[in-house]
Design a protein around this ligand. Structure first.
Ligand SMILES: Nc1nc2c(ncn2[C@@H]2O[C@H](COP(=O)(O)OP(=O)(O)OP(=O)(O)O)[C@@H](O)[C@H]2O)c(=O)[nH]1
Ligand SMILES: [Mg+2]
Length: 316
């Protein structure tokens, strides 16, 4: 790498203060990193027209109290070699590493483990306090040979556990697929929460509320794309879940800026969404409570439930 280029990258790395938190999404080529990020940010059209990432694509977003700098590391060999050649430039000041594994590609599990080991070593050296999450990706619910997925996943898991243990890192791990947005939201959001259990607690409260009111789905989410919990009726399969959420979020994106409460029919769905604030006093940190339902909604019970949610979300 020439000196000018190196100085340029160094400058970019230095530009990142502790806040925003640097989030690195790393993995081999075609593991599905960019698709996961587009799914998280509800850019469903972009998921359909994905192209390989050139070098590192940086963007900024927010999750609750934190500004985030997202680094989507292109995974083609020519880039991965470059990152490992100058690890100080790429792996410095990482707050959260997401390592993405393509669980459908049996031929690349070993190769991915080698890259993972090198990345973990670089992170240990340049970001020793980083949190690490492994995303076992492409676990499509309709993939015909689930045994292959399970085999690849356990092969990776066994070695990855040893690699992380040996470096003294704890970690989280999630199953993901671009076809199931709520899995993607869960994986990214829980990894970023100081108290990930709160996500499960809110999900369980949403479950009780949904069952009592015969709702198809209920979710608490941020305008940026993260979530704080969800429940979906078990009668839906993954593809139906994806379609429900694409419709829901499409309408939400069109309307949330003009209307704090959305309650209408859209493409055969009844949807409802309302805003409340995590920081009620100063009306900061907006959160949305979204519902998909068939029968009539009892608005009264919603306002009671929002009080419960407000209470719970203050524990975040
Ligand atoms: N079946 C399936 N395919 C996926 C999934 N996620 C991504 N893909 C496909 O995998 C290919 C690569 O996806 P990308 O998101 O570009 O992968 P990437 O890891 O960003 O690749 P690079 O930018 O080259 O490092 C595309 O054809 C996607 O449609 C998934 O969950 N399931
Ligand atoms: Mg990419």
């Amino acid at each position: 790498m020439n000196e000018k280029k190196k100085t340029e990258i160094q400058k970019k790395a230095q530009d990142i203060p502790d806040d925003p938190k640097k989030i690195a999404v790393v993995g081999l080529m075609a593991a599905g990193k960019t698709s996961l990020l587009k799914t998280l940010f509800r850019q469903f059209d972009a998921v359909l027209n994905i192209t390989p990432t050139r070098k590192v694509e940086r963007s900024v977003t927010e999750f609750l109290h934190h500004k985030l700098a997202l680094w989507d590391f292109g995974g083609q060999d020519r880039y991965t070699l470059k990152y490992l050649e100058s690890p100080d430039l790429y792996f410095k000041k990482i707050a959260q590493l997401f390592y993405v594994v393509d669980c459908q590609n049996s031929d690349w599990i070993e190769k991915s483990l080698t890259y993972f080991k090198n990345v973990v070593e670089a992170v240990k050296k340049f970001s020793p306090d980083a949190n690490i999450t492994i995303l076992y990706n492409k676990i499509d619910p309709d993939f015909p040979n689930q045994d292959i997925i399970e085999k690849n996943m356990s092969q990776f898991k066994e070695q990855a556990h040893k690699i992380l243990n040996c470096k003294g890192f704890g970690y989280q791990a999630y199953r993901t697929s671009k076809d199931v947005p709520v899995w993607v939201i869960t994986a990214f959001s829980k990894s970023m929460l100081d108290n990930p259990q709160i996500f499960d607690e809110i999900s369980s409260q949403l479950g009780v509320f949904s069952e009592t009111h015969d709702l198809d789905a209920a979710i608490v989410f941020t305008p940026e794309g993260f979530g704080l919990g969800y429940h979906i009726s078990p009668k839906f399969n993954a593809i139906e879940i994806r379609d429900l959420f694409i419709k829901f979020f499409t309408k939400f994106e069109q309307m949330y800026n003009i209307m704090p409460v959305i309650n209408l029919q859209f493409e055969g769905l009844n949807i409802y969404s309302t805003r409340f604030y995590l920081d009620e006093v100063s009306s900061k940190l907006p959160l949305y409570f979204g519902l998909i339902y068939k029968k009539e909604l009892q608005l009264e019970s919603i306002s009671t439930f929002i009080r419960v949610l407000k209470q719970k979300t203050t524990e975040i």
